[in-house]
Ligand binder design. Structure first.
Ligand code: FES
Length: 104
């Protein structure tokens, strides 16, 4: 299990345990975290799972693939550093404690 904290646009903090092997997006959807719609179900085709990874956790995240990079170009309000698709982040020991900010 990985503890994931989602700071949502309504200034609420949601900290949940996500089973290792599920994506951070799946953990959000299963727990009704607002702002992560995940319309394509993790197929990297919608970018409605966009999050900002907290600066302190950037180094722990896996590299961004070319396809994810292309999808991040179409999100609203991307950040040069920190924007990720939460469907590409896998809950794991490495991400246990990660803090994410969910855009409006
Ligand atoms: Fe669609 Fe992540 S769920 S791109």
């Amino acid at each position: 299990m990985a503890k994931i904290t989602y700071n949502t646009h309504d200034n609420k903090t949601h900290t949940i345990e996500v089973q290792n092997g599920l994506t951070v997006m799946e953990g959000a959807v299963q727990n009704d975290i607002p702002g992560i719609d995940a319309d394509c179900g993790g197929g990297m085709a919608c970018a409605t799972c966009h999050v900002y990874v907290d600066d302190a956790w950037m180094a722990a995240c896996p590299p961004i693939s070319d396809v994810e990079n292309v999808m991040l170009e179409v999100v609203i309000a991307p950040k040069k550093s920190g924007s990720r698709l939460s469907c590409q982040l896998m809950a794991s020991k490495a991400l246990d404690g990660i803090v994410l900010h969910v855009p409006d």
